[in-house]
Design a protein around this ligand. Structure first.
Ligand code: MG
Ligand code: MG
Length: 274
């Protein structure tokens, strides 16, 4: 998830706590990163299973079931279920739905949809977190371009995840790619540090700002979830009456791509790669 949570809730908050109260960045040891690598691999396996299953006629609850079965096969559990009361194992968000969509029996995929699926697992006390937007059958060129640009912005952000750079270098790279294509990067939800908790310091915004977390220097052992959320018509969002599903304010199409990435002396290591 929940990537990003609403930014007024730590660690994805909009208003910053005073520096002294801000949570500290938790660097991970090589042993801890090894566990996170395994957690990340499980997340990738869940996505691989979902990718195979996505087709017209499948319900989002079917996908939720498949996800949790795959997690349990590898001794992992969903870290979304019950998180602030979230009622499902994964988030499934279709078309104008950006994030935090709730899987449902009567929500059936149809050709031309795009579905963003966010998967987070807990494995041996550590979290892996990755989201991907998938096409259902044949989609419009516009939807395809949105997916392509959002994925590209993720990789452009990851390329900046180098020792000695700052979090804002990641943010800036994501924003540049998105805006070069006249698309809009969401402000209200963000990436984050990740480890024993799903949301740790620092916040990783998808746009350049004066956010003090942006000044965090990237050091070996820092693990972050980088997760551009992109919309075709506006950066603004609103939340539906189910209190979870976030949509684009203008109902334009949205996409969401996320990887969990460790900063290492050998460059960024994507822990959630297949
Ligand atoms: Mg996520
Ligand atoms: Mg996340």
């Amino acid at each position: 998830m929940m990537n990003m949570f609403r930014r007024q809730n730590p660690p994805t908050l909009r208003r910053q706590a005073p520096a002294a109260q801000r949570p500290e960045v938790q660097l991970k040891s090589p042993r801890e990163i090894q566990i996170m690598r395994e957690a990340g691999r499980i997340v990738a396996r869940v996505h691989a299973a979902l990718r195979e299953a996505i087709r017209p006629g499948v319900s989002t609850l079917d996908l939720d079931q498949l996800a949790v079965e795959t997690m349990s096969k590898y001794n992992a559990t969903s870290c979304f279920l019950g998180y602030r009361g979230f009622p499902a194992n994964i988030c499934t968000s279709i078309n104008e739905e950006l994030v935090h969509g709730i899987p449902k029996k009567d929500r059936i995929l149809k050709a031309g949809d795009i579905i963003s699926i966010d998967v987070g697992v807990r494995y041996r006390g550590f979290i892996g977190d990755s989201a991907w937007t998938y096409a259902v059958g044949e989609i419009t060129p516009e939807a395809l371009e949105l997916m392509r640009v959002t994925e590209q912005s993720l990789y452009d952000g990851i390329a900046q995840a180098q020792v000695g750079k700052r979090v804002v270098d990641i943010s800036r790279a994501v924003q540049r790619t998105v805006e070069a294509h006249k698309m809009h990067v969401v402000r209200e939800y963000t990436g984050h540090g990740v480890g024993r908790q799903m949301h740790e310091a620092p916040q990783v915004l998808n746009y350049e700002s004066q956010d003090p977390d942006g000044q965090t220097i990237l050091r070996p052992g820092l693990v972050v979830a980088i997760e551009p959320m992109v919309q075709l018509g506006t950066w603004q969002t609103r939340t539906l009456r189910d209190k979870w599903t976030v949509i684009s304010k203008d109902h334009s199409l949205t996409a969401h791509f996320e990887h969990t990435v460790a900063i290492t002396n050998n460059g960024p290591e994507i822990l959630t790669l297949p």
